[in-house]
Write a protein that binds this ligand. Structure first.
Ligand SMILES: *[C@@H]1O[C@H](CO)[C@@H](O)[C@H](O)[C@H]1NC(C)=O
Ligand SMILES: *[C@@H]1O[C@H](CO)[C@@H](O)[C@H](O)[C@H]1NC(C)=O
Ligand SMILES: *[C@@H]1O[C@H](CO)[C@@H](O)[C@H](O)[C@H]1NC(C)=O
Ligand SMILES: *[C@@H]1O[C@H](CO)[C@@H](O)[C@H](O)[C@H]1NC(C)=O
Ligand SMILES: *[C@@H]1O[C@H](CO)[C@@H](O)[C@H](O)[C@H]1NC(C)=O
Ligand SMILES: *[C@@H]1O[C@H](CO)[C@@H](O)[C@H](O)[C@H]1NC(C)=O
Ligand SMILES: [Ca+2]
Length: 531
């Protein structure tokens, strides 16, 4: 096997075009046609400023000293030899997108674009490292501004446009040009990977420029974004501030989470703290009402009203449904929604994009603030088109996933989108399967982590092994290149501080749900079935 790939490699250096057809396989390896230093000189990109092109050898600890200090990834260790290209592209007289292309010296021919999170402003370096570790030529952008705040969007329509779609469009189109120059051959297949805002960016591409990608891996999407930002601004209004009669402490919310799981855990057949279908959970918080003289381990009637409000869908001033309830799960979204602070992304979006008033106070939010937000759907940032026929017709495969313990974006909104597409296109699930599949990942928090089998290789944050059965990116590649579509995604959970697998589960394709077979080790994927 090893000698076979070496032969292919040396031949490909001599005669790449003749070898293109026979060697497109998992083993294909191509090498650069020019040196990393020459790349900067050879590129002719419109409106671009090249910062540097430098070789980085495998095992290097790469740090990002120039990055905005609010961006949290400050270093990553590379596992392959790459050429690292840093540059920017002007998108108006006062806006620009910063990009980095990480180009492996052993290249599979595959191109991978990556997304962002929240309102940031931060290149996801761990995804660049992940992509290049598997031989993808991988590119990332700063989404048109630096840092996690929405403030750079203030009075800068170019930056807003970059945020909504243009940075992804640019990285796709410009990235492929760079690849072509560096390796002197076009990419074989083009992929996208992202979660949260990155998930929305993936669907933006699917809805508006699907031809740029053969495969899109989109997690926990922040689509229906205007609705999400309105709904996310609500819990703070219900909880009030610490000390208010309406407020619950973090410990009291922990009690709610445990009680919720107690009521709903067994719906999938097994008491394991994990809900395989939280949509079935009709939680009754009154079970926590304080008995006479009971002062601990219980809640007041007023607090329970807060719990009910927080776990209700959001409706508009006209009574119309806006957004589903917060995710029922063991871990409560204390940090994001319940701590008595407003949801920062909603506040920033209102201040810098909707009202263009940095002093706008989120405590004044009322139903009257819904129409202005809805109307500020700039460049269709909502990303809620139900017609994916352009993606289907372009041959694009969409692999959508969402954790069922998501403490930031409820997975119920992902099911809502899938059903919206089904109604809009009038396609059954079997028909959607041809190009669009949605997987619910039990025990996964927002994009990663959680109490269950959340290691699925969907990003650099939850990578374990690159195998199509247990890695979402590899599954997408197999779907695109071999026509073998995933029916489930095998997830794993590791023992604390160990590489030992504690449990595994085959996460089902929506609308199927995972159900215990009734016998067998509950931690084994084989004891469960998708029904
Ligand atoms: C990489 O370098 C940074 C900054 O010097 C350091 O904080 C980090 O621990 C290093 N990572 C590894 C894996 O050595
Ligand atoms: C973002 O930061 C980079 C340095 O990492 C800098 O070159 C670029 O000009 C900054 N972009 C903006 C829009 O401030
Ligand atoms: C980008 O380049 C094109 C020409 O290639 C030019 O027409 C356009 O004005 C430039 N845009 C910016 C923002 O510099
Ligand atoms: C490229 O791959 C070959 C095996 O196919 C390996 O021997 C070699 O070390 C790799 N080179 C780099 C630069 O990663
Ligand atoms: C509650 O406390 C009061 C006063 O301490 C006592 O008289 C009463 O019996 C208690 N009731 C219950 C149900 O324990
Ligand atoms: C795992 O490691 C972390 C930090 O290294 C430590 O705080 C924690 O106690 C460890 N957990 C177990 C179960 O050993
Ligand atoms: Ca369960």
């Amino acid at each position: 096997m090893a000698s076979f790939s070496i032969i292919k490699k040396s031949l490909s250096k001599i005669w790449p075009s003749l070898l293109l057809v026979p060697i497109i396989s998992a083993d294909s390896v191509f090498q650069p046609a020019i040196s990393c230093q020459d790349l900067a000189r050879s590129l002719h990109l419109n409106n671009a400023t090249i910062y540097f092109a430098e070789p980085v050898s495998a095992g290097s600890n790469v740090t990002f000293p120039d990055q905005d200090e609010t961006c949290t990834t400050t270093s990553v260790v590379t596992t392959s030899d790459i050429c690292r290209l840093s540059f920017s592209i002007a998108t108006s007289t006062i806006s620009a997108v910063s990009l980095e292309a990480w180009l492996p010296l052993n290249w599979t021919g595959r191109f991978l674009a990556t997304g962002n999170g929240g309102l940031n402003g931060c290149i996801k370096y761990q995804d660049l490292a992940y992509g290049t570790s598997q031989g993808f030529a991988t590119i990332g952008t700063n989404n048109g501004h630096n840092g996690t705040s929405g403030e750079p969007l203030y009075n800068n329509p170019g930056s807003i446009e970059d945020y909504v779609y243009r940075s992804i469009y640019l990285e796709a189109t410009v990235g492929k040009q760079i690849v072509n120059t560096f390796y002197d051959r076009p990419h074989s297949k083009s992929y996208y990977l992202g979660c949260s805002t990155g998930g929305r960016q993936g669907f933006k591409a699917a809805q508006d420029f699907p031809g740029e990608f053969d495969g899109i891996l989109a997690g926990a999407p922040a689509f229906s974004m205007t609705s999400l930002f309105y709904a996310s601004a609500q819990p703070y209004l219900y909880t009030g501030k610490p000390g208010d009669p309406t407020f619950l402490t973090e410990d009291e919310w922990r009690l709610v989470g445990e009680d919720m799981v107690k009521q709903c855990d067994k719906l999938d057949g097994v008491l394991d703290g994990i809900l395989e279908d939280p949509e079935l959970c009709q939680y009754r918080p009154e079970s926590l009402i304080c008995a006479k003289n009971q002062t601990t381990g219980c809640l007041t009637g007023t607090q329970i009203e807060t719990v009910r409000s927080v776990f209700s869908p959001t409706y508009g001033p006209d009574g119309k449904f806006i957004y589903p309830r917060i995710q029922p799960a063991k871990d409560m979204p204390y940090a994001y929604y319940l701590s008595g602070d407003p949801f920062a992304y909603s506040t920033d979006w209102y201040r810098y994009v909707v009202y263009k008033d940095p002093s706008w106070d989120p405590a004044t939010l009322s139903p009257a603030d819904w129409p202005p937000l809805l109307e500020t759907d700039t460049h269709n940032v909502a990303t809620w088109k139900g017609d994916l026929s352009p993606a289907r017709d372009a041959g694009t495969k969409i692999l959508h996933y969402h954790g069922l313990e998501d403490t930031v974006i409820t997975s119920e909104n992902s099911a809502r989108y899938y059903n919206h597409v089904s109604r809009t296109m009038e396609l059954t699930s079997a028909e959607l399967d041809e190009f669009y599949r949605y997987f619910r990942i039990s025990g996964m928090n927002h994009c990663r982590g959680g109490n269950g089998a959340s290691i699925i290789g969907a990003s650099g944050d939850n990578f374990d092994e690159y195998k199509p059965d247990s890695n979402a990116l590899a599954a997408l590649v197999r779907w695109v290149e071999d026509g073998v579509a995933p029916d489930s995604l095998l997830g794993k959970k590791k023992e604390a501080n160990s590489s030992q697998v504690a449990m595994s589960r085959r996460h089902c394709k929506y609308p199927k749900r995972n159900t215990y077979k009734g016998s067998g080790d509950v931690n084994s994927a084989d004891s469960w079935q998708c029904l």
